[in-house]
Ligand binder design. Sequence first.
Ligand code: PLP
Length: 355
Amino acid sequence: MKKHNFFAGPSILSQYTIQNTADAILNFADTGLSLMEVSHRGKEFIAVSDEARSLVKELLDVPDSHDVIFLGGGASLQFCMVPYNLLKKKASYLDSGSWASKAIKEAKIFGEVEVVASSKSVNYCYIPKDYTVSPDSDYFHITTNNTIFGTQLHAIPEVSIPLAADMSSDIFSRPIDISKFDIIYAGAQKNLAPAGVAIVIVRKDALGKAGRPIPSMLDYQIHIDNESMYNTPPVVPVFAALQTLKWYKELGGIVVMQKKNEEKAAILYDEIDRNRLFTGTVAVEDRSLMNICFVMNDEYKALENDFASFASKAGMVGIKGHRSVGGFRASTYNALPIESVKALVETMQAFEKSV
Ligand SMILES: *Cc1c(COP(=O)(O)O)cnc(C)c1O
């Protein structure tokens, strides 16, 4: 039976990415050797790394003021690398979810942290919008998409200081104005590649000002100077990332992705709103286009397990909600075909009829 992959992360990748990476694991760039057993400093892999970074620049329209690097350690390492490199005295953070709050915890190690607003008391079911950001903060940190709770910033906040953003779960899903940001980071395993690499886009002239010694592996400048090859990079995830980037380009770029994502999300939210069994969990204006959370209405709560097994028998995979929200979460990342969303909607309709 066809499986429809709604996992939140690691998550669905395009068949193009999976097939080309599988081929390279058997025979990389006609070397007769596996991608996993050749030097990362050989010309074949350097070409992969260079092309991947330049495609990120092209697809996201990254200005020359910024550099793109690939780093190990996932997005969570960035929670400390950002303040290590950029926080001089004080930084402001928006507490919009569990990942944001983890970033806040790390930043506090390096200086004063102003939490401008939080929706924690209502289980992060909306994005706070009424707040002021201290003009003397070094940066304002936002999480553009809250993977666990299913909320997303549909407008980038207008503030007078540089922005820093965790875009792990919505990078490449819509165009962004990079020039507003000192730093953007994202773990690969939501919209790009298997886990093991993070992508970082950093404004060059924001670096070198933190006024503290930085260990080499945590110093953005060292990774920029070494073109993401200061140490051995995670070669398989970087190779896979390049395949996904090529696939995005072939399909017409990020604007095309955005259109597809809007279409997919609309189909599923419409069904959640229409179906008498289900209800969304977050403020309508903040609904994520990447992670769509829903629960069963109170009078049908007892049927959640029944729906879970019904959906699983219909080929739906990974729709169990995060333990902090419960219910269901369907992640509709770039690589998820619209057919999968339609199949989920049909499953919801069939279950409704059976009740
Ligand atoms: C998944 C995720 C993370 C954590 O990523 P790791 O690579 O596992 O460290 C951080 N932030 C957001 C928004 C995420 O979705």
